[in-house]
Design a protein around this ligand. Structure first.
Ligand code: GDP
Ligand code: MG
Length: 300
């Protein structure tokens, strides 16, 4: 064997946690670009998305999962839970995230899944930038150590980037030897078309607050390079005509705002000028209909 051969490592890390703890924010900060949409509302991330981070000879493949849900009612929620379970099943490390120095009842199912797992489990205590007195971390850290479940417990701020390199450096040791599975310049497994739909959905979630819980899906109808310009047209599917009216807003003002915010994010991601056209269509009961979900690309 030639001693010029460089030993490479590549491994999968599942990022799990209740909705809203900051998983997507962490992933975006780590890859240095927005690839996973975030919001103050839970359940923003619907599908598994990979974030790729390279450090020296190691490639770390982060799997951002939709939040773990109890009280499953609709098909869409079932699909999201399935995605989480698949993500935990086949990784080298599990990173469990919480957003305060405490476990909530909603953390229980994930804690139990972590206990059964054979791979190292990390605990990330996120949003420490919100703690005025960091000393309140101490009793929780102590409690977690007694649990004897976590290989590492790291307080971080995904938003401010605090302690994230500590996390990466530590994870590297658990990445198995092997070839890189993705190109060095790739940051995610999702293509621009998919990200375009996600960005539009993020802006809708932010604009609409609680008015549209699951009721939207975004379908990219057209994605075309035209000289220096990328032309994108997207259809926003809603369940009711009242929702359609809300989304469009007075003389189209809300839809215009959604469009211009999504366009700005897309231009940053694609490094190109973007022309984005949005339409709203009513599709009754789509979030309960498996076939409709598939046709909108929501089933993995
Ligand atoms: P996810 O559902 O776990 O993917 O959570 P998101 O990444 O969408 O984040 C949910 C909300 O928490 C967003 O409003 C984020 O801006 C916010 N957030 C995430 N990380 C931090 C953090 O480290 N500090 C603070 N203050 N807010 C954060
Ligand atoms: Mg998310």
């Amino acid at each position: 064997m030639s001693n010029l051969e460089v030993l490479t490592r590549c491994g999968y890390i599942a990022l799990v946690g209740r909705p809203n703890v900051g998983k997507s924010t962490l992933l975006n900060h780590l890859v240095g670009q927005k690839i996973s949409i975030t919001s103050r509302k839970p359940q923003t991330t619907r599908q598994r998305i990979l974030g790729l981070i390279n450090r020296e000879e190691t490639q770390l493949v982060f799997v951002d999962t939709p939040g773990f849900h109890l009280g499953i009612e609709k098909k869409l929620n079932q699909l999201m839970n399935k995605t989480v379970q698949t993500a935990i099943g086949d990784v080298d490390v599990i990173v469990l995230m919480v957003d305060r120095p405490a476990f909530l009842p909603q953390d229980e199912p994930l804690l139990n899944a972590c206990k059964k797992s054979k791979v190292p489990v990390y605990l990330l205590i996120n949003k420490v930038d919100e703690l005025n007195d960091k000393a309140i971390l101490l009793p929780f850290l102590q409690k977690c150590q007694i649990l004897d479940l976590f290989k590492e417990i790291i307080p971080v701020s995904a938003l401010k980037g605090h302690n994230l390199e500590v996390l990466i450096k530590s994870l590297v040791q658990y990445m198995p030897e092997g070839p890189w599975l993705f190109a060095p310049d790739q940051i995610t497994d999702r293509n621009a078309r998919h990200l375009a739909a996600e960005f539009v959905r993020e802006k809708i979630t932010r604009q609409m607050g609680d008015e549209l819980p699951y009721a939207t899906a975004v379908e990219i109808e057209n994605f075309k390079h035209k000289g220096n310009l990328i032309e994108i047209s997207a259809v926003i599917h809603v369940e009711k005509s009242t929702q359609k009216a809300m989304l469009i807003g007075e003389s189209g003002s809300r839809l215009k705002l959604i469009g211009s915010e999504a366009r700005a994010d897309l231009e940053a991601l694609l490094g190109s000028q973007v022309m984005l056209r949005l339409w709203v269509k009513t599709k009754t009961g789509w979030s309960d209909d498996e076939r409709a979900l598939r046709s909108l690309g929501l089933e993995d």
